[in-house]
Design a protein around this ligand. Structure first.
Ligand code: ADP
Ligand code: ADP
Ligand code: MG
Length: 666
C-alpha cells in the first residue's frame, strides 16, 4: 500500500480524503494557497506545502506547482478531489511521467469523457441513449439563435468543458438564446479557460439521476446504485439523496448496466459517475460522465457501506475489487444538504466573511440513525471570495426516506452558523415542503416552488404556538436571571410576573405561566396548556426544548424585549410584554426602514463585468442593468420596475463592496 499521498485540493473534500487515508495508515500531504494558510485541510494533514497565491489559477490548478510539491515530499500518489485538476488529463499524464499514481481513472478515459461533446458521441456509439441536439460547436450568437430554432425551444446552451453548473443557460426564445450564448461563453472562458459552446434540447420535467460506478484494472466494473440530484438551483445541486424515490428495480438495473457499459467502453477504472436526465415516463438520457469522486458521494457511502475514497486508493494501487455486484447493498435512505455561503434572502448571492460561529450537529452512527457532516471550515475561519461557496455537506441516514428527512430537519435546526449569509433556512424549508416530502420533484422544483426567490418561511399554527410557549418559558428564565443580577436577591422568582403577552409574526398570544422545578406549564385562554421543558440558559445560542414531549430546536439571539428565534427555516422576532407594556407598545409609532428603492445596491462584494445602461435610459421590468461577478459566477442584476436611470456610479472593472450604490433611478 502507498505510504504517503498528496491531496491536490482544498476544503471539505481534502479533509474527507485525509480522513480515509489516515484510517488506512497512509500519511497525507496537503497543498495550500495564501488564502488557505490556516485552512482546516492544512491542519489535518501530516505535512503541508504552500503552492502560491490565492487565485486557483495561480495555485491549485497550476500543474507544475503540484508536481513540485509531490517531488518535495516524496508522495507516491495524488488524490485530486473534485473540481480543480481532477478531470485534467495533462495533470494525470504529468504524474505518470514522474511515476506517481493518479488516484482516478486512466488518462484515456478522462480525455474521452472530459469533453461533453466527445463523451456524448462515444455514449451514443456505445448504445447509451443521449439527449437530442446539435453535436457541433457554435461560432457566434447568430448561429446559436439559428441552431436553437432548429432544435426547437426550449434548449440548453452548454459549455463543452463545463462543470459545477457553470457555463450553462436555458433559452426559451431567440432573445434568451442570444443572451445565454454570450453569458455561457464568458462564464466558460473565466471558469474553464475554454469557451466552446454546444446546444441540446432541454428535457422538460426532468429529474437528474446519476449512477455511481466503480471499476478496477482487472476488468471488474460495478454500479453502486443511483443518487437523485433533482433539487438544483441554477443547475447546481443543493440537495441529493440515495436511492431515488422515482426509480423501480428494473430502471435502476437498466441504468446501472448502461453506465457500466459506457465505463467499460472507455477502459474506465476508479470511481466515476454517469449522469442521466430522466423524464416523467422514466426514459433516461445520458448527460455526461464525471471522471472523479462526486461532491455528493457520501449518500452512496451511507446506503452501501462502501468507502469510495478507500476503493479509489486500492484501485490506484492495482488491487482487485473485493466484492461483486451481488454484494453491493442498498440499505436504507440517505439525504445530503449542501450548506452554501450565500444569502437566500438576496437571491442566493454569494456571501463571504468570517465564520463568527460554526457548530455543526454532532456526527452519530447507530443502526437506526446517522448524521455525517463533511466540512472544510472551522469557527473563526474566513470564507474567502476565491473559491466555491460550499461550506459543508450535511448528511443523514435512516431506514426510510421519511425518517432520513426528519433526521435532516433536526440536524439543520441544530446547525449553528453566524457571520456569513447561508442557506440553512432554505434547506429547512425544502425539507418541510409537501412536494419534496412526497418525492414528487424535478430539476425545476426550486424555480417553480420559489418563483420570486426565497423570502423566508412563516410558521403556521400549531407550530407558531409551540414557539410562543417555548419563548414565554425562556423569557421567564431570562427575567429571573435579570432580577437576580440587578441585586434584588430576595424572592426574585416572585418579582417575575406570570402573565405575558407574546407577539410573533402577526400573532399575539396572552399566556400565563406556572413554573416548577422541571419546567413550565404555559396556559392559553383558548387551547389546552402546553408543557415546556428545557435546559436552556440565557446567552446560549441554541435551545433544545421539549414542547408537549416533542423536540423543538431553535437558534436564539437576544433582541430588545425578546428573542430572534430561528427554526424550520423561519426567522421569527418574538417580543414579550407584561400586560401593561403591551398596552403601551400598541401606542408606539412604527419605525420605517430607509427607502432604498431608488438605488441599485451591489448585493455582494464583486467585480462589475458590464454595465448595460446609461443615464437617461428608460428600462423595463426584468431588463439587465449590469453584471457583477463574484465567486466565479456572473450575476445579472435586473430592473425590478419600469424606471429611468438617473446616475451610474460604477463602470466595468470596478471592485465594489456590498451595498455600494451602482446606479440611481429617477
Ligand atoms: P455540469 O457539468 O455542470 O454538472 P450537466 O451537463 O451535468 O453539467 O448539467 C447540470 C444540470 O443541468 C443537470 O443536472 C440538469 O439538471 C440540467 N441539464 C443539463 N442538460 C439538460 C438538458 N438537456 N435538459 C434538461 N436539463 C438539463
Ligand atoms: P458534482 O457534479 O460532483 O455534484 P458539481 O459539478 O456540483 O459536483 O461541483 C463540482 C465543482 O465544485 C467543480 O466544478 C468546482 O467548480 C467546484 N470545486 C472544486 N473544488 C472544490 C472544493 N475544494 N470545494 C468546493 N468546491 C469545489
Ligand atoms: Mg453534471
Amino acid at each position: 500500500m502507498f505510504k504517503k499521498i498528496l491531496i491536490a485540493n482544498r476544503g471539505e473534500i481534502a479533509c474527507r480524503v485525509i480522513k480515509t487515508a489516515r484510517r488506512m495508515g497512509i500519511a497525507t500531504v496537503a497543498v495550500y494557497s495564501d488564502a488557505d494558510r490556516d485552512a482546516l485541510h492544512v491542519t489535518m494533514a501530516d505535512e503541508a506545502v504552500h503552492i502560491g497565491p490565492s487565485p486557483a489559477n495561480q495555485s491549485y490548478i497550476v500543474i507544475d506547482r503540484i508536481i513540485e510539491a509531490v517531488q518535495a515530499t516524496g508522495a507516491e500518489a495524488v488524490h485530486p478531489g473534485y473540481g480543480f485538476l481532477s478531470e485534467n488529463s495533462r495533470f494525470a499524464q504529468a504524474l505518470a511521467a514522474i511515476n506517481v499514481a493518479f488516484i482516478g481513472p486512466p488518462v484515456g478515459a478522462i480525455e474521452k469523457m472530459g469533453d461533453k461533446i466527445t463523451s456524448k458521441k462515444i455514449a451514443a456509439e456505445a448504445g447509451v441513449s443521449t439527449v437530442p441536439g446539435y453535436m457541433g460547436l457554435i461560432a457566434d450568437a447568430d448561429e446559436a439563435v439559428k441552431i436553437s430554432g432548429e432544435i426547437g425551444y426550449p434548449v440548453m446552451i452548454k459549455a463543452s468543458a463545463g462543470g459545477g453548473g457553470k457555463g450553462m443557460r436555458i433559452a426559451w426564445n431567440d432573445a434568451e438564446a442570444r443572451e445565454g450564448f454570450q453569458s455561457s461563453k464568458n462564464e466558460a472562458a473565466a471558469s474553464f479557460g475554454d469557451d466552446r459552446i454546444f446546444i441540446e434540447k432541454f428535457i422538460t420535467q426532468p429529474r437528474h439521476i446519476e449512477i455511481q460506478v466503480l471499476a478496477d484494472s482487472h476488468g471488474n466494473t460495478l454500479y453502486l446504485h443511483e443518487r437523485e440530484c433533482s433539487i438544483q438551483r441554477r443547475n447546481q445541486k443543493v440537495i441529493e439523496e440515495a436511492p431515488s424515490p422515482f426509480l423501480d428495480a428494473n430502471t435502476r438495473r437498466a441504468m446501472g448496466e448502461q453506465a457500466c457499459a459506457l465505463a467499460a467502453a472507455v477502459g474506465y477504472t476508479s470511481a466515476g459517475t454517469v449522469e442521466f436526465i430522466v423524464d416523467g415516463a422514466r426514459n433516461f438520457y445520458f448527460l455526461e460522465m464525471n471522471t472523479r469522486l462526486q461532491v455528493e458521494h457520501p449518500v452512496t457511502e451511507l446506503i452501501t457501506g462502501i468507502d469510495l475514497v478507500e476503493q479509489m486508493i486500492r484501485v490506484a494501487q492495482g488491487e482487485k475489487l473485493a466484492f461483486g455486484q451481488a454484494e453491493v447493498k442498498l440499505n436504507g435512505w440517505a439525504m445530503e444538504s449542501r450548506l452554501y455561503a450565500e444569502d437566500p434572502y438576496r437571491g442566493f448571492l454569494p456571501s463571504i466573511g468570517r465564520l463568527s460561529r460554526y457548530r455543526p450537529p454532532a456526527e452519530v452512527a447507530t443502526p437506526t440513525h446517522a448524521v455525517r457532516n463533511d466540512t472544510g471550515v472551522f469557527e473563526g475561519g474566513e470564507i474567502s471570495m476565491f473559491y466555491d461557496p460550499m461550506v459543508a455537506k450535511l448528511c443523514t441516514w435512516a431506514p426510510t426516506r421519511a425518517a432520513a428527512i426528519e433526521g435532516m430537519r433536526v440536524a439543520l435546526d441544530s446547525f449553528e452558523v453566524e457571520g456569513i449569509g447561508h442557506n440553512l433556512p432554505f434547506l429547512s424549508a425544502v425539507m418541510d415542503h409537501p412536494k419534496f416530502v412526497s418525492g414528487d420533484i424535478t430539476t425545476a422544483f426550486i424555480a417553480e416552488e420559489y418563483p420570486d426567490g426565497f423570502s423566508g418561511i412563516t410558521l403556521a399554527e400549531p407550530d407558531l404556538r409551540r414557539v410562543a410557549a417555548a419563548a414565554a418559558a425562556m423569557n421567564r428564565v431570562a427575567e429571573i436571571r435579570r432580577t437576580r443580577v440587578s441585586g434584588r436577591m430576595d424572592n426574585h422568582e416572585r418579582k417575575v410576573g406570570t402573565d405575558w403577552v407574546v407577539r410573533l409574526q402577526d400573532a399575539e398570544y396572552r399566556v400565563s405561566i406556572n413554573a416548577d422545578r422541571a419546567g413550565a406549564t404555559v396556559n392559553f385562554p383558548d387551547v389546552p396548556a402546553m408543557r415546556v421543558e428545557s435546559d436552556w440558559t440565557p446567552g446560549t445560542p441554541l435551545a433544545r426544548v421539549m414542547v408537549d414531549g416533542r423536540p423543538l430546536v431553535m437558534k436564539v439571539a437576544k433582541i430588545t424585549g425578546g428573542f430572534r428565534l430561528r427554526t424550520r427555516g423561519a426567522e421569527i422576532d418574538v417580543r414579550l410584554y407584561s400586560p401593561r407594556q403591551a398596552e403601551l407598545a400598541a401606542l408606539m409609532p412604527v419605525k420605517l426602514p430607509p427607502d432604498t428603492s431608488r438605488l441599485l445596491l451591489c448585493p455582494m462584494p464583486g467585480l462589475i463585468v458590464k454595465v448595460n445602461v446609461a443615464p437617461g435610459d428608460e428600462v423595463q421590468v426584468g431588463q439587465a442593468l449590469c453584471t457583477v461577478e463574484a465567486m466565479k459566477m456572473e450575476n445579472i442584476l435586473r430592473a425590478e420596475c419600469k424606471c429611468v436611470i438617473a446616475k451610474v456610479n460604477a463602470a466595468a472593472g470596478d471592485n465594489l463592496a456590498v451595498d455600494d450604490v451602482i446606479m440611481e433611478f429617477e
